[in-house]
Design a binder for this molecule. Structure first.
Ligand code: NAD
Length: 332
């Protein structure tokens, strides 16, 4: 199978490419990434010498990039997106460009040049917005709260419309919060690990009561692989492992693993529009495709902390002043 992976130099894309090579004997991957925020060319440097892997620097919001590669491909998995909610609040424009226009270009390219292609759009639980009780199903209404989640919701709608109108083979995955190796230092778990290691205050939005359903990145990657291979066209698959934990509990657990005092925790002004709780029902992917999470939260968190301890040379050049230094903490 010849697969275009878009956004493969980011956190999940990097883990997915490695996962696919470890699971599939006969796969050829072209990784397209614009090398923007969240990417790191070092992530997959060791694969460069493999004949079944190649990298193209390119932006999915430029139609020629996908058009040039699509005729040679059997599938596209799209991770390429601007992903940081705080950045989307400061500067929404680039989120519209990459997350909506980029997906539109992929769909147009498939429609015009290779209609048989198998396309997986990697989406997020954030498109549903927050939920006080219970969990969202795939058929629930979308209610995004910030420019990032709104842009992802718009892309999902385009994908479903292109399936319905033109019969394209499109599938959507909507996953909860990921953690694991190669995650950009400004996200909650790596930032907490790095700052705690340096005995710096660890900022938490509001009271830290916001609940996220955390999944280890390799469980997400396996779900995407199954959807790519066995998912039904025009379908949405929620992916969650049922590890609902508040931000405060996540931070406390990291401090405990590192043997650090909870005095390091510092509560900062909440993010505007901050969703209180996300929760997904993932029974569809479990019953239809046989997916199950393999990693439990605490041991996967420990594995992740160990990875950051062992890979300071990876995260140090990426860490911004705000991650590495003490005050002032600017947020949102
Ligand atoms: P990331 O920010 O680490 O990586 C995104 C990658 O996409 C980067 O390498 C970036 O350079 C690239 N990119 C961005 N815009 C591009 C463009 N226009 N053209 C080409 N490349 C572009 O993000 P991530 O956390 O790995 O997330 C990957 C995908 O998974 C995103 O679509 C995100 O919405 C989705 N997702 C993430 C999570 C999570 O918890 N991280 C959860 C659910 C879904």
């Amino acid at each position: 199978m010849r697969i275009i992976v878009a956004g493969g130099l980011g956190f999940i894309g990097t883990n997915f490419i490695r996962h696919l090579f470890s699971e599939e004997a006969d796969v050829k991957i072209v990784n397209i990434d614009k090398m923007g925020v969240g990417s790191n060319p070092k992530n997959l440097e060791d694969l460069k010498k493999q004949a079944n892997y190649s990298f193209v620097e390119g932006d999915i919001s430029d139609p020629s990039v996908i058009n040039n590669l699509i005729q040679e491909a059997d599938a596209i998995v799209n991770f390429a997106a601007e992903t940081h909610v705080d950045r989307s609040i400061k500067n929404p424009q680039i989120f519209i460009q990459s997350n909506i226009l980029g997906v539109f270009n992929i769909l147009e390219s498939i429609r015009k040049h290779n209609r048989s292609i198998n396309f997986v759009q990697v989406s997020t639980d954030e498109v549903y917005g927050e939920i006080e009780e219970g969990s969202f199903h795939e058929f629930d209404r979308l209610n995004p709260s910030n420019p990032y989640s709104a842009s992802k919701a718009a892309a999902d709608m385009l994908c479903l419309a292109y399936h319905r109108t033109y019969g394209l083979d499109v599938k959507i995955t909507r996953c909860t919060n990921n953690f694991g190796p190669y995650q950009f230092p400004e996200k909650l778990i790596p930032k907490t690990i790095i700052r705690a290691l340096r005995n710096l205050q660890v900022p938490i939005y509001g009271t830290g009561a916001n609940i996220r359903d955390w999944i280890y990145v390799l469980d997400h990657c396996e779900a995407i692989r199954l959807v790519l291979e066995k998912g039904r066209a025009g379908e949405i698959y929620n992916v969650s492992s049922g590890n609902e934990v508040s931000n405060l509990e996540v931070v406390k657990e990291i401090l405990q693993h590192l043997g650090k005092n909870e005095d390091l925790i510092s509560f900062v002004e909440d993010r505007p529009g901050h969703d209180r709780r996300y929760s997904l029902d993932s029974s569809k992917i479990r019953s239809e495709l046989g997916w199950r999470p393999k990693y439990d939260f605490s041991s996967a968190l420990k594995k992740t902390i160990e990875w950051y301890l062992e890979n300071e040379s990876w995260w140090r050049p990426l860490a911004t002043r705000e991650v590495l230094h003490s005050t002032p903490w600017r947020h949102g």
